[in-house]
Ligand binder design. Sequence first.
Ligand code: KG4
Ligand code: ZN
Length: 354
Amino acid sequence: MTTILGIESSCDETAAAVVVDGRTILSNVIATQIDLHARYGGVFPELASRAHVEAISAVVDQAVADSGIPYAKMDAIAVTRGPGLVGSLLVGVNYAKGLALATGKPLLGINHLEGHVYSLWLSEPRREIQFPVLVLIVSGGHTELLLMTNHGEYQRLGGTLDDAAGEAFDKVGRMLGLPFPGGPNIERAAQMGNATAYKFPRSKRDESYDFSFSGLKTAVMREVTIPQGTDGKKRGPEKNPKVRSDVSVNDVAASFQDALVGALVEKTVRAAKENNVTEILLAGGVSANSALRQRLRAESALPVRYPPLNLCTDNGAMIAAAGHFRFEAGLRSDLDMDVQPMWPLTSDAYEKQG
Ligand code: KG4
Ligand code: ZN
């Protein structure tokens, strides 16, 4: 039995959790900064780092106290090492190093994307996952289609060439004047809208497994906003748009979501067929989207697994779960490990970075 403390601070959530055997959550504490960043319409890196510094020790102490397991009985401390905002990553990594030093416990530097993958091991602990599986990670910073052939073994099939799926949700949300983050607010508006009201392009319908969402974003912008300068005021295209009064926000939200989800589902289903996988795993913040979940289930002949809502967005439990499999494989990180703000998830990179 392994008991791992997981720490996450790569973006705008300070989070910590204690997980047993990579599957059972004993505690899961998350301090979100959403309110702090909402007024800027996006994550403000300097404010994020400062908020992590203020929250981290209370969050980690709370996770350990809630678990009922003292530091002395933990097997290792897992922490997100990248990818993410450098200042935010540094807070978590330095805190984890301090703890590892003080407690004498091994340190495990975890790839944040691998954390999202392992959120699936926490969702239905009793139904074993049989490799190979197809993984679609859709978050605010990433859109990655991976073939996972074993624990820690990934082959990248494709990903976004421009905006991440969550980033597109957030940008369109801002265009429509919806609160940050755009994803959940667009989903809510879409439920009251007509998805066929607008015909937005579903780009990159080609043989690759890559995605592109900037054309879709621009199409939405053209449709809904008053072009710059025509009302005599200067404004940036995304920062301060003005929605035309004849536009239905709910219909635009529904039509946009439909186009984006359609593109994700089409390539994911094809990749699953072409790679003979046993099931499809969906992870990351955008996997909370019910239209995406439903459409993938409807269009795929294979089982589709996604995390419970509280494990879709960033959390410490997924880092602890990923840490468990790394720990079991005998991998350890050095106390002098550095953060990796741009760290792709490949088996290769994972091994070499130590
Ligand atoms: O995984 P996550 O918490 O952070 C990153 O690693 O980026 O993902 C955050 C992203 C945001 O872009 C947010 O708008 C999106 O996930 N998101 C959603 C939903 N809930 C969160 N997007 C679409 N529908 C949702 N229900
Ligand atoms: Zn994330």
